[in-house]
Write a protein that binds this ligand. Structure first.
Ligand code: ACO
Ligand code: PYR
Length: 519
């Protein structure tokens, strides 16, 4: 079975994506995670570009990878300069990286119009650079920039560029669809043509400008490429690079005959994807294939009915194969099967009368603007309340919020009166806004009695107007996402008053946490 090398460039090409900015610490953490999961190459950055990228390689040298080879990225020598005198070469060698990835021009158009050198000088730049770095004992991977565009425009010249790199000692020639505009059938044809021109293996590096980066990567592999470059979650310049999460999952689970990473790596793809989003401080792409929270989320009543009988009826793989999980969503599109599937977690699925009442209540509440898809914790509390098994941990007597501005920064305050364990608790707190102040006052009133609340915090707060034609009398829906050390959960509140809607979602969030601790 051919082994396909997985080359990650999240830390270099991924960092070229808009809004992506990794600290040195972030880069080191991600790099080690990739190594643990069996990635073959990890490109750490461009040492000439900035001190952070240069330092990255020192950090990896101090704590080397177990499996992966670390690569430093750079371009061919500058025009008219000997490699030994080129500051780019010096930075690459100083990085001590055992692998150096060199990008060079393939397209005569780019050589003439962008680099502004003769076609011959570009060939010398490629040859000299690769030979010099190989002579210094490094493995050199050659990234042929604008490879497919160059090949279509002038295949003779494009072939000469990769022959120069190959003959100078590059270990692999990587065909780059730099502008992301190539179609899969062109990738396949050109890969076959290119492989007849050199006796080195080929790799593929694609961009997603036509939403074809993954298809193009797979097309090249089917046509004989043995390395695929890409990034976690498809981060990268413009529309991004090929998403290695999907590339790996497709190679390991959908296509026959390829070996990638090792089993442990494939089963941890969901975790890896979320880890990188978390470190990059980006939101998950909910419908991201294989690993997104919605990738195996079933909403339509007929789907859930079938999945409850045979999971494969609406799932192309078992979600556990990539470390994801099946979810059943509750909404106005639900049938009894959705409710039963969720109530199974609470062991209440056999109470048919209860299931009917829950379904009725969900449909009524959704009609009033509630949504339970992102508020599974509110749904669980609803089921417990209808079943008569929920004992609230506290009871509201009253809350009050105020915002006072005397021309400067407004001061927001909340007071709260609660009955907890038959005692009246009365607390006041300030906050950035009314919801933050309410949250602070509520915690003040409860923390002493329920210390586990210290471990929970709100991670997201969303407000949405749900019947906008009613102008200021419109209802709003508030969805709060909360987290503790092990779980994330969503709660919902709906009211004409945003504070009351927030309060409902806040109370559900805290009640859910306390119920979780009771069981
Ligand atoms: C397809 C890719 O993604 S390649 C990677 C792209 N990534 C980045 O550019 C991020 C890191 N880059 C950087 O930090 C900077 O661009 C540096 C340090 C590399 C260079 O900075 P500067 O010297 O200020 O040059 P600048 O970025 O303005 O322009 C690029 C220069 O490289 C030259 N160049 C471009 N490609 C190549 C190449 N393959 N070989 C040699 N020179 C090249 C250009 O002609 C230009 O030089 P010129 O101004 O003498 O014509
Ligand atoms: C090398 C590279 O990042 C590209 O050509 O897209």
């Amino acid at each position: 079975m051919p082994q396909i090398q997985i080359y990650d460039t999240t830390l270099r090409d991924g960092a070229q994506g808009e809004g992506v900015n990794f600290s040195l610490e972030d880069k080191v953490l991600i790099a080690h995670r990739l190594d643990e999961l069996g990635f073959d190459y990890v490109e750490g950055g461009y040492p000439l570009s900035n001190p952070k990228d240069a330092e990255f390689f020192q950090r990896i040298a101090a704590r080397p990878f177990k499996h992966a080879r670390v690569c430093a990225f750079g371009m061919t020598r500058r025009r008219g300069v000997k490699p030994a005198d080129d500051i780019g070469m010096k930075a690459l060698l100083d990085s001590q990286a055992p692998v150096i990835t060199i990008v060079g021009k393939t397209s005569d158009f780019h050589v003439n119009e962008v680099l502004s050198v003769s076609l011959e000088e570009n060939l010398s730049m490629i040859r000299d650079t690769v030979a010099y770095l190989c002579g210094e004992g490094r493995e050199v991977i050659y990234d042929a920039e604008h490879f497919f565009d160059g090949w279509k425009a002038n295949s003779d010249y494009a072939a000469k560029t990769i022959q120069a790199a190959s003959e100078a000692g590059a270990s692999i020639i990587v065909m780059c669809d730099t502008n992301g505009g190539t179609m899969p059938e062109e990738v396949a044809t050109i890969t076959r043509e290119a492989s007849s021109k050199i006796d080195k293996p080929l790799g593929i590096h694609t961009h997603n400008d036509c939403d074809l980066a993954i298809a193009n990567s797979l097309a090249a592999i089917d046509a004989g490429a043995s390395q695929v470059q890409g990034t976690i979650n498809g981060l990268g310049e413009r529309c991004g690079n090929a998403d290695l999460i999907s590339v790996v999952a497709n190679l390991a689970l959908k296509k026959q005959g390829y070996q990638v990473l090792h089993d442990r790596g494939v089963a941890h793809l969901a975790e890896l994807s979320r880890y990188v989003y978390e470190i990059a401080n980006m939101h998950f792409r909910v419908n991201q294939p294989f690993v997104g929270p919605s990738a195996f989320a079933h909403k339509g009543g007929m789907h859930v009915h079938a999945v409850n009988k045979v999971a494969s009826s609406y799932e192309h793989i078992d979600p556990a194969q990539v470390g994801n999980e099946r979810r059943v969503l509750v909404s106005e599109l639900s049938g009894r099967s959705n409710i039963i599937a969720l109530a199974t977690k609470m062991n209440m699925q056999d109470d048919k009368d209860l299931m009917d009442r829950v379904l009725q209540q969900v449909v009524d509440l959704e009609n009033r603007g509630y949504q339970f898809e992102a508020a599974e914790a509110s749904f669980e509390l609803l089921v417990r309340k209808l079943a008569g098994t929920h004992t609230p941990h506290f009871e509201l007597v009253q809350y009050h919020t105020s915002v006072v501005s005397r021309g400067g920064e407004p001061v927001t305050e909340a007071t709260i009166k609660l009955i907890v364990n038959d005692q009246l608790r009365h607390e006041v707190a300030e906050g950035d806004g009314p919801v933050n102040a309410l949250d602070a006052a509520l915690r003040k009133a409860l923390n002493g009695l329920f210390p586990t609340l210290n471990k929970m915090h709100l991670v997201d707060y969303k407000v949405r107007v749900i019947n906008s034609d009613a102008a200021t009398a419109a209802s709003v829906r508030v969805v709060i996402e909360s987290r503790d050390e092990s779980d994330t959960w969503g709660t919902v509140g709906v009211h004409e008053n945003v504070i009351e809607a927030s309060w409902q979602a806040l109370v559900d969030s805290i009640e859910y946490k306390l119920c979780k601790e009771d069981t």
